[in-house]
Write a protein that binds this ligand. Sequence first.
Ligand SMILES: [Zn+2]
Length: 173
Amino acid sequence: MMQFKPWAITAIIAIVGVQWACVSHEAGAGYSGDTTRKDTMTYKIQKTEEEWKQLLGDESYRVLRLKGTERPFTSEFETHWEAGTYVCKGCGQELFTSDTKFDAGCGWPSFYQAMDKTKVKEILDNSHGMQRVEVVCSACGGHLGHVFNDGYGQPTGLRYCINGVSLGFRKKP
Ligand SMILES: [Zn+2]
């Protein structure tokens, strides 16, 4: 018959606690705020696949609607430093401003924050054997890219790594 040992219970709680903390940290990698595990949201802007294809063209359709990734260093916006606003190519919603754009050297346009929290939606993404946080347009659900916590030297410490083909640009008047 096993004797009741209070220290054993404490040890088990401590071990489980540490493991849980690790799991929690992993789940939040790249983003410390609120994430939605599954994208079950209905977006304000709805179109058929055919309409999206017509509107966007092949490459933007592949990225925005099929969650693809553009080849690095191919976007005109990667080295684009004009003052203005970056908008969703799918629906025109304003997403990022030029003063939060920085040169991350990663091959994709990078921003340290969205224009405001309502413009983008962040979703936990477990595809391709990685745990990442996907960034989509909150109005049309179009895939923009991912957010990582390696925005070194940036005010938020975040790097919104965004596909240029998902964006449009409005020059500051
Ligand atoms: Zn959009």
